[in-house]
Design a protein around this ligand. Structure first.
Ligand SMILES: Cc1cc2nc3c(=O)[nH]c(=O)nc-3n(C[C@H](O)[C@H](O)[C@H](O)COP(=O)(O)OP(=O)(O)OC[C@H]3O[C@@H](n4cnc5c(N)ncnc54)[C@H](O)[C@@H]3O)c2cc1C
Length: 409
């Protein structure tokens, strides 16, 4: 049987793509190397945008918790910034398993076929077009469009010939903790600190006795990385030194890798398109991928419908997905913050990132920080920043120039 669409991977990108292509009546085959769509790390902290893409309500069973404020804090000095809801908007913790089941069930009820334990080895190329995939030992499946939603180390991407030049990766670990004590379930925390390195540690409460404690960091250089304690040790140290988590039990451990350098230069070709982490469609500064994956999956599915209707899976036809995607606001945010991440990581290679974070935490107020995060800071804010942070700005400039000289960027 020839499918309209094969989707490799059931992360948020693959599930959203499959949900939508099935909804549009396309014959969809989903291949997943794991045994189920659940029990994985989908990503959980999101804003209203993700709920809209997922078509779920804030008070539904798909939402594990809702936060009224977010605190950014230094583990070393305790200096902090509180960003409350009036500035930040709503922040939610998704119930990952339920959300994944929801998308899977929607796809199934619209006729999609799921095969588990199906590890994609390579794409199948005929002429200049991808016509399907080989998976497991010797199985093959064919489709008009093959979607590589198989994560940061995508086999579809690699075997279809897409490249990831100088890809910055953020490595992450997460503990799901139970048996915690007196946790305020309304507040989520982000921590920086010398043990954390270039990244952050987070604490997302699920209730008064359950939290998700995680850490994500980018290796700014091999030497810097080796100097840092292993990520799991940093989480365990946090648990020991905070009364809420001292007697907590680790109920689950997940890890993963997120690309933070922005969207890759090309992610479509004849018969093939990438979606999600595989295409670098992840918010570069915070490493958030759920909303961006949902968005990309929806754009891609609309184009898949057009391609199937016209039976045109040529390079030019598939490229239209890439063109529309790149024009979106989410995509330009990723591109801009990706450039920022390069600058920051290069700076960190030659300077002290923690000192920089401390300066920011110590001097920036919540309103200004929020303006910057949301990308609508006024000219006056920028002027104040430039004056206040002149020494740091010039240091970043110097660090960046030295980095360019060394790496030949
Ligand atoms: C520790 C951590 C915490 C995070 N927290 C958040 C958060 O709170 N909010 C947020 O927005 N984002 C978060 N993210 C980022 C987010 O999880 C990712 O950006 C997102 O999961 C990417 O989705 P994806 O579908 O592209 O890829 P993935 O989620 O990586 O899914 C890829 C799927 O493909 C399958 N697969 C891989 N190779 C093959 C193969 N060869 N054949 C078949 N199947 C294959 C995998 O098993 C997997 O199911 C976090 C990431 C990490 C690492």
């Amino acid at each position: 049987m020839v499918y309209d669409v094969i989707v490799a991977g059931t992360g948020p990108a693959g599930l959203m793509t499959a949900q939508q292509t099935s909804k549009f009546g396309l014959k969809t085959l989903v291949l997943e190397k794991r045994a189920a769509v659940t029990d994985s790390l989908m990503g959980e902290l999101v804003t209203d945008k993700a709920l809209k893409f997922l078509r779920v309500r804030p008070d539904s069973e798909y939402i594990g918790n809702k936060f009224t404020s977010i605190v950014g804090e230094s583990l070393d000095t305790g200096s902090n910034i509180v960003v409350d809801r009036t500035l930040l908007g709503n922040s939610y913790l998704l119930d990952e398993d339920r959300c994944q089941e929801l998308m899977r069930d929607r796809a199934l009820s619209d006729g999609a076929e799921f095969r588990y334990g199906a590890r994609v080895k390579s794409v199948v190329i005929e002429g200049k077009s991808v016509v399907g995939v080989k998976y497991n030992e010797d199985q093959e499946a064919r489709a008009g469009l093959t979607v590589g939603a198989d994560g940061s180390f995508s086999r579809v991407s690699e075997t279809a010939g897409f490249t990831h030049p100088k890809w910055l990766l953020s490595y992450g670990y997460r503990f799901k903790l139970t048996n915690c004590k007196d946790v305020d379930p309304n507040v989520a925390y982000f921590f920086v600190g010398k043990d954390v390195g270039l990244g952050y540690l987070w604490l997302y409460p699920r209730s008064e006795s359950e939290v998700n404690l995680g850490i994500g960091r980018v290796p700014s250089s091999k030497e810097n990385w080796k100097k840092l304690p292993p990520m799991q040790d940093v989480l365990r140290k946090y648990m020991k030194t905070h009364s809420e988590t001292q007697n907590a039990k680790i109920a689950a451990v997940n890890g993963g890798v997120v690309p933070c350098a922005g969207i890759i230069p090309k992610f479509t070709d004849a018969g093939v398109a990438l979606c999600g982490n595989s295409a670098g469609q992840v918010s570069s500064i915070v490493g958030g991928g759920v909303t961006t994956c949902f968005h990309a999956g929806q754009v891609l599915a609309r184009h898949a419908k057009r391609m199937a209707d016209s039976n045109d899976f040529s390079k030019r036809s598939v490229e239209k997905y890439e063109k529309e995607y790149r024009k979106s606001k989410l995509a330009s945010n990723i591109t801009n913050t990706g450039k920022g991440m390069w600058a920051v990581s290069k700076y960190a290679m030659f300077n002290d990132p923690i000192a920089a974070a401390e300066i920011v935490l110590g001097q920036l107020d919540a309103e200004t920080l929020n303006e910057l995060i949301q990308g609508h800071a006024s000219v006056a804010t920028y002027m104040t920043l430039i004056t206040d942070f002149l020494p740091m700005v010039s240091k970043i400039g110097l660090g960046y120039m030295r980095a360019i000289a060394v790496s030949g960027l």
